[in-house]
Design a protein around this ligand. Structure first.
Ligand code: NAD
Length: 497
């Protein structure tokens, strides 16, 4: 009998009364590791009510005391880093290196949350009129919620609740039903860090639990990360219920390879950024655009990619793990078949991949296509697997036009030795996160995660100053104090009474 995952409501880890349960599996074996409840309406209501009650007192807690919870939390997360990474590997199949990175990128956001006071400073203009000053206060919204995807079970919940809570809000987290265990451990450690009862709630389920959050009048803001159709749905539905929504969606990230680039760097970075984490990263490079003679490197790329072997999380020889589910694997395999049928050249085919001793895992080997055109489904769709597609163009201008025509805008990179080419690229490309000789340009949390166009629905992005703005509202005060009212002389004590 596998464990049943609790809900975390009103400071209690409690068993759900639900009659709908989802099986959580280990993607390397497809064996069941836990049973996950879909929270009932009564449980959802209780979680939101508790968060509403907790907000009344939490917003009054001094900002430095809220920050101190984050300092303690950062310390605990570091202390439990390896344990969290192992748990995360169990439910995602990520190899240890990737799992540790997942936890670490989350810890960095908690560090930013510990610095909350300096991000909540308002502005002041003295003497906007005679004796009148205007200043702004940054205040928390109330109850916020987060809906997270499977691919970063530590990092993405940590993008959301620490900053929202440090800013004075309370938070309801609905983690991915495929990877709920890491979130539960994050919640336990948060409680140990001194977060008061009700400040964080964790509920489980799928669409109907998400709809409950989107429609509930007490929820003020919704943070979502996941696939494009769900991001669009959540953005439209959430905003139609007058909520603030930030929805981070899928991607198709291009790397432009100029002929003057450092060839060894290009090849090793392309391999790592396309196949690493089984390509299940929203910032993975999934398209390489070779400019001019750079296309001659594709055969060397094929040789290096073929060396990447998937395997179990604790297999030191494994470069990456399995896909998250059998369904995800079938989708990737069918896209590989479509690529072949539509005329792309399959330079390396990972569709028959097996891993010794783990016959039931969701394995896909590294896969490389050349001769790809923009009308093919392997170019148009986010594959979310260890598959790299290569296109060829003659000039940098053509590369820029091609990428600007693609609907997504999460990340991109250019590899070149020419500063002017790099500068032209960073200036003209319509993508929100640009790497120059850096394949996966994810900004550290003192910046924000700034995906654009079809990869993002909303205005204010994740972490950094933008996230603090997202989880707060600005109140502007205009104040006049009359000089005549200043007490003078012997009556001073009477005036001050
Ligand atoms: P998903 O959209 O299937 O699920 C994400 C969340 O939405 C889960 O919590 C799920 O329970 C919920 N959900 C699923 N269907 C729903 C529905 N119909 N209505 C309401 N809620 C629903 O995404 P996933 O497969 O878990 O994650 C992979 C996707 O996330 C990829 O497309 C990837 O690019 C994207 N992603 C984007 C970013 C980014 O920052 N842009 C980061 C990580 C992942």
């Amino acid at each position: 009998m596998t464990q049943s995952v609790p809900l975390y409501i009103d400071g209690e880890f409690c068993q759900s009364k639900s009659d709908q349960w989802i099986e959580v599996t280990n993607p390397a074996t497809n064996q069941s590791i836990a049973q996950l409840p879909c929270a009932t309406d009564e449980e959802m209501e209780r979680a939101i009510n508790s968060a509403t009650q907790a907000f009344v007192s939490w917003k009054q807690v001094a900002v430095s005391d809220r920050a101190r919870v984050m300092f303690k939390y950062q310390h605990l997360l570091k202390e439990h880093h390896d344990e969290l990474a192992q748990l995360l590997s169990q439910e995602t199949g990520k190899i240890t290196l990737d799992a540790k990175g997942d936890v670490w990128r989350g810890i960095e956001v908690v560090e930013q949350a510990a610095n909350i006071a300096s991000n909540m400073m308002g502005e002041t203009v003295e003497n906007v009129a005679s004796d009148i000053d205007t200043y702004s206060l940054i205040q928390p919204l109330g109850v916020c919620c987060g809906i997270t995807p499977f691919n970063f079970p530590a990092m993405i919940p940590l993008w959301m609740f620490p900053l929202a809570i440090a800013a004075g809000n309370t938070f309801v987290l609905k983690p991915s039903e495929q990877v709920p265990l890491t979130s539960m451990r994050l919640a336990e450690l948060f409680e140990q860090a001194g977060a008061p009862k009700g400040v964080l709630q964790v509920v489980h389920g799928g669409k109907s639990q998400v709809d409950f959050l989107l429609e509930h009048s007490a929820i003020r803001a919704v943070s979502f990360v996941g696939s494009v159709p769900v991001a669009q749905y959540i953005y439209h539905r959430g905003t139609s219920y007058n909520k603030r929504v930030q929805a981070f969606a899928g991607a198709k990230n291009h790397m432009v390879v100029m002929p003057d680039a450092n060839k060894n760097q290009v090849i090793s970075n392309l391999v790592g950024s396309s196949v690493g984490a089984a390509g299940q990263r929203c910032m993975a490079i999934s398209v390489a655009v070779f400019v001019g003679s750079a296309k001659e490197w594709i055969s060397d790329l094929q040789v290096e990619m073929a060396k990447m072997k998937p395997g179990a999380w604790n297999d030191e020889g494994a470069a990456y793990g399995p896909l998250i589910s059998q369904q995800a694997k079938e989708r990737v395999l069918s896209l590989i078949e479509e690529g072949k049928a539509q005329g792309a050249v399959c330079e390396l085919d990972g569709s028959q991949c097996q891993v010794d001793g783990l016959p039931d895992g969701n394995w896909v080997g590294p896969t490389l296509f050349s001769g790809v055109t923009t009308d093919m489904s392997i170019y148009q769709q986010e594959i979310f697997g260890p598959v790299l597609v290569c296109l060829e163009v003659e000039t940098l201008e053509e590369a820029i036009a091609l990428i600007n025509n693609n609907p997504y805008g999460n990340g991109t990179s250019i590899f070149t030795a020419n500063g002017a080419a790099a500068r032209k690229y960073q200036h003209e490309i319509q993508v929100g996160q640009v790497g120059i000789n850096v394949p996966i340009p994810v900004p550290l949390p003192f910046f924000s995660f700034t995906g654009w166009r079809g990869s993002f629905y909303g205005d204010l992005h994740a972490y950094g100053k933008q996230a603090v703005r997202f989880y707060t509202e600005t109140k502007t005060v205009t104040a006049r104090w009359f000089e005549d009212d200043i007490p003078t002389g012997p009556n001073l004590s009477i005036h001050l009474r």
